[in-house]
Design a protein. Structure first.
Length: 271
């Protein structure tokens, strides 16, 4: 239902500080990794990337940039934005905490055994794809962006997604789709495939998920995409009320959680 209200009905989503701060965190990491990639490629002729002690200034820059962009895109004043944990994780909270997450990432990155892989002639970060499920051509393509693609000396590939929230993902679908898209759309090959999440608040990665065996991944992904596609084709957008509704950016328009003045109808009008 949240997808329908925002993506189909066009309801403006109320901005959230966790999205703005999370994007700023991602930008800091992308910026550092780009410098590190260039330094590695150029060798000693290129200056090394900055160490962990210069991250507060960069984060301030990126969160200011993302704040301005969000105000411009949404037209909604910052005073009305959603704030996590009962109003605790506001802009100042992000400024106090997130630079330390970036510093911890940099420290770990300087000691890792993998390197950012080159994908489509560019550093394997924010890798865009438009994946077409080859065994089910009736399904529409899946568009996405992969945070990072690493390669180890053994040739193994690690797909990494950066998470700035407090909840560890339990559904492997995201990493599974990334694995299929990298091979099918970008021609990436590897003896073994892995996927993990970098949990910024803990300063560590989750245990790597083995993504090597393609056949069971394809079956699981295709089955779930087919169900989602069939539901959307029939205009079936169920609401799933839960404690998460309090953080929903389109709650006011929800037929369950919204009030009579703002709630949209349950069913979309026939085309």
């Amino acid at each position: 239902m949240a997808y329908r209200l925002h993506r189909v009905d066009g309801v403006t989503e109320l901005p959230a500080w966790w999205n703005v701060g999370g994007t700023a965190f991602h930008e800091c990491i992308r910026e550092w990794e780009t410098l590190n990639y260039a330094s590695t490629e150029a060798g000693s002729d290129w200056p090394p990337p900055p160490l962990a002690d210069d991250q507060a200034e960069r984060f301030r820059h990126h969160i200011a940039e993302q704040t301005a962009a969000t105000v411009l895109a949404s037209g909604i004043n910052m005073s009305a934005w959603r704030i996590a944990r009962g109003g605790k994780e506001d802009r100042e909270w992000w400024l106090d905490n997130a630079p330390g997450w970036v510093a911890a990432y940099v420290t770990a990155a300087l000691a890792r055994e993998s390197h950012i892989e080159t994908v489509a002639g560019a550093p394997g970060m924010e890798v865009e794809f438009m994946w077409r499920p080859r065994s089910l051509p009736s399904l529409p393509p899946v568009k996405g962006f992969i945070d990072q693609v690493h390669r180890f000396g053994s040739g193994d590939i690690l797909i990494r997604d950066l998470k700035s929230g407090s909840t560890r993902p339990v559904d492997p679908l995201q990493l599974q789709i990334y694995r299929l898209a990298l091979e099918d759309e970008h021609g990436v090959t590897a003896p073994r495939w892995w996927g993990d999440y970098w949990m910024a608040r803990k300063g560590e990665a989750t245990r790597a998920l083995d993504l090597t065996d393609r056949a069971p991944i394809e079956r699981a992904v295709y089955a779930r995409l087919a169900i989602m596609d069939d539901a959307e084709r029939h205009g079936y957008y169920p609401a799933n009320p839960s404690s998460l509704c309090s953080a929903c950016g389109v709650r006011a328009a929800c037929p369950v959680m919204g009030d009579s003045a703002t709630a949209r109808p349950w069913v979309l009008p026939a085309a």
